[in-house]
Write a protein that binds this ligand. Sequence first.
Ligand SMILES: [Zn+2]
Length: 371
Amino acid sequence: MRLSSCHILLMFVLTAIFCSPTLAQGGEVSADRAYGHVENLVNIAPRLAGTAAEAIAASYIENEFRSYGLEAWIENFTIEKSYVIEENRLRVTLENSTSYNVMALLPGQSDEIMVIGAHHDSVLTPGAVDDASGVSVVLEIARVLSTEKLQRAILFTTFGSEELGLLGSEAFVREHAENNIVVTIVFDSIAPGPENGLRIGLRDSQEIATTEWLDAYAQELAEDLGFFVKSERSSAVGGYSDYASFTRAGIPGTWIYWVNPQHGNILWPIHTPADNLDAVDKVRLGQVASFGTQLVQQLAGEDLGALHRAYEELPLILAAFTVVSAGAIVLSIAAGSFMRYRRGWSWSQAARVFSFVTAAVVVAAYIWLLA
Ligand SMILES: [Zn+2]
């Protein structure tokens, strides 16, 4: 049968309608979509690292990224240590099994990369809060920003084997040492607690502290959006997440999470059977996804060196300046009193001399601290 141009046009239109992949890109953050991802991931639980369930979760996430029109891929790595899963009398030993990092790239206008991450593996629980919630937030941020051209490139990543000791993020940092990764934001364990539960950053004297200037920047935006937010001390939290693989390698990183301040274990219900779908608040999940989207969008265009100075160095400089100035004033009053009573100076003479000395010390301190 010979096709007329009309037939060919009709076939072309039908092909375009039925065969083109439907892209779900851009628009507003949807709490329903985010919650739907948690539901879908919980249906694959437990997503133990190195098992078929992890592979299914990884390919679900990869397909989602692709449906947003992003270039997406999976990087395998080997879990070198062996581990044992025990439930009733079931015992599975995994040795040298394969785990996965799932990635999607939103190209930017420079070669600088921001990693926006979560982990898709769980312990022997439904893993709704820990960390299907974080994965759902990363997916929603990726979908909403997928049509944008930001200054920096964004590498959306869900890590495998976080629960075995940050193995996926360690493999990522090893594999991408040559890439210009400038900042990392990790969403892990969102939305199980009351309204005042948003936390950004972890204070710690050891190596698992998050980057203070980045915490402060993100907290300020969260406050502007109406959240109550603060950092926690690591002793109060008793856990950390994949950002630590980056900060240990010298890359600034922060952790966004949600706690139960009234509960003895503020990360409850993670790592318990109660970490199921009921523990995730859909509205709050959507709010964190909206906040995360704005944070990524805004941070992608910021001068990070200037943020570092503004949020970390400047407060220290101001504190030092205040201490030096106060010290100069106290010393001047003491010296003025000494001259008045021991040398018979008048108050006006002492005030003239020592206000001049104080001013000189303060100006010198100001110049020295800002130099
Ligand atoms: Zn986690």
